[in-house]
Each structure stands twice: as C-alpha cells, then as structure tokens.
Design a protein around this ligand. Structure first.
Ligand SMILES: NC(=O)c1ccc[n+]([C@@H]2O[C@H](COP(=O)([O-])OP(=O)(O)OC[C@H]3O[C@@H](n4cnc5c(N)ncnc54)[C@H](OP(=O)(O)O)[C@@H]3O)[C@@H](O)[C@H]2O)c1
Length: 192
C-alpha cells in the first residue's frame, strides 16, 4: 500500500532514498533545516547528520508518536575517524528509541553508500541490499513493503540491538572509503 514518507534532509542520502521510495509508488516530501512542518507522513527518515537528530526529535515530539522513524545515521567521530560517538554497548538507533519512546525505530540504509542507493547496485555488479534492525516486526514489514518495487533488496537483520553491528559495519565501510581502499560506489554487498 502506498505510504507517505517524510524525509528530513535532502542531501546525498535523503535524495537517493526519496527516489527509491518514489519508484515504489510512495509519496515523498522533504523537510530542510529551515522549515517547520505541521504534519509528518507514515514513515519518517532521518537523513541528517547524527548531531542534528536530537533537536528534530525534540521539535517533533508529538508528531512522531506512533509513527515509524528510520535512522540512517553513522555516528562516526569525524574529527578523529577513530571511534563512534555512542558507547560500544549502545547505538544511535537505540539512543533515538530511548528518546522517541512512542515511535517505532528502524535502523536502515546506514550500510549503503548514497551512490549505491542512486545506482541500486554496489559497484555495477550486485543489487544494493538494505538491512533493517528494529524491535517492531510490524515496522520492518511496513518498510519492506514500502520499498517493494524500489529496485533495492531489503532483508531483516533482527532486533534494534543489531544496530550496533550495522553501525560498526557502516563505520568500517567509511574507513575503507576514506583510506581509498574502496570506492564510494562500492562497499559491502550482501549475497543471499
Ligand atoms: N553519504 C553516505 O553515503 C551515507 C551512507 C550511510 C549513512 N549516511 C548518513 O546519512 C545522514 C545524511 O548524510 P548525507 O551524506 O546525506 O549528508 P548531506 O549530504 O550533508 O545531507 C544532510 C542534509 O541534512 C540537512 N539537515 C541538517 N540538519 C537538519 C535538520 N535539523 N532538519 C532537516 N534537515 C537537516 C542538511 O540540509 P541544510 O542545508 O538544510 O542544513 C543536508 O541537506 C548522516 O547521518 C550520515 O551519517 C550517509
């Protein structure tokens, strides 16, 4: 069924994710840092830097009740490139879930470089696979359905706790690209 998707941020990730949801026949709208929206869609995507997340959660506290929040952030300390900004026994997604207690938080897209969402492939070879982690099976099902026809494959990586591994994987992938060991059009592929 067609969903209304609201994407915070229309940068590299926001625009690529938006196109894929549109390909799958959803309605997509964007919110930038200068706009305050008065309503949100069925699914909200936080395509913004990790350090901008808390203020968005605060601003939209009421509107976010009962809806799905997709957290795509990689909370990397870009000053040192040497650690994540969350403790090892937590994750950005779990922190978001602790603040947005009435939302269904799904970790997704953080292991997919923007170019692989634009191109729908990792390099030009493998279909881009989106891994989902959430404590809400319903939310994972809804996101999976909303991406049917997007050209992306979607798989279930388990509970929200798995966001720790997804964020570690995202960090490693960024490290490899920054060190010019892989291209930003490449990265980890998942073969079924
Ligand atoms: N790039 C990748 O390949 C990649 C891969 C996986 C995950 N990620 C994650 O995806 C997120 C976005 O990355 P990106 O590469 O798309 O960054 P980007 O190109 O710099 O875009 C970020 C966007 O966020 C907007 N923004 C900032 N604060 C906002 C707010 N309070 N409300 C609404 N919009 C706001 C900015 O717009 P304004 O000009 O209005 O501030 C900007 O357009 C990050 O958390 C990153 O870790 C990125």
């Amino acid at each position: 069924m067609m969903k209304k998707i609201t994407i915070f941020g229309k940068g590299n990730m926001g625009s690529a994710i938006g196109k894929r949801f549109e390909d799958a026949n959803n309605t997509v709208s964007y919110i930038d840092s200068k706009t305050i929206a008065d309503n949100l869609g069925d699914i909200v995507v936080l395509a913004i830097p990790y350090n901008a997340v808390t203020s968005v959660l605060e601003t939209y506290k009421n509107e976010l009740n009962n809806i799905i929040i997709i957290d795509i952030t990689n909370p990397v300390d870009f000053n040192t490139m040497d650690n994540l900004l969350v403790p090892l026994d937590s994750s950005a997604a779990e922190k978001i879930a602790k603040i947005a207690v009435n939302s269904k938080v799904v970790k997704a897209f953080n292991t997919n470089f923007a170019a692989t969402l634009e191109n729908k492939t990792v390099t030009s070879k493998e279909t881009t696979v989106v891994m989902l982690a959430s404590d809400s099976i319903d939310a994972k099902n809804e996101v999976t359905e909303a991406l049917e026809g997007s050209g992306l494959d979607v798989i279930d990586a388990g509970t929200l706790k798995r966001a720790r591994e997804l964020e570690a994987l995202g960090f490693l992938q960024i490290t490899l690209a920054v060190r010019e060991q892989i291209n930003w059009t490449g990265g980890f592929a998942v073969l079924k």
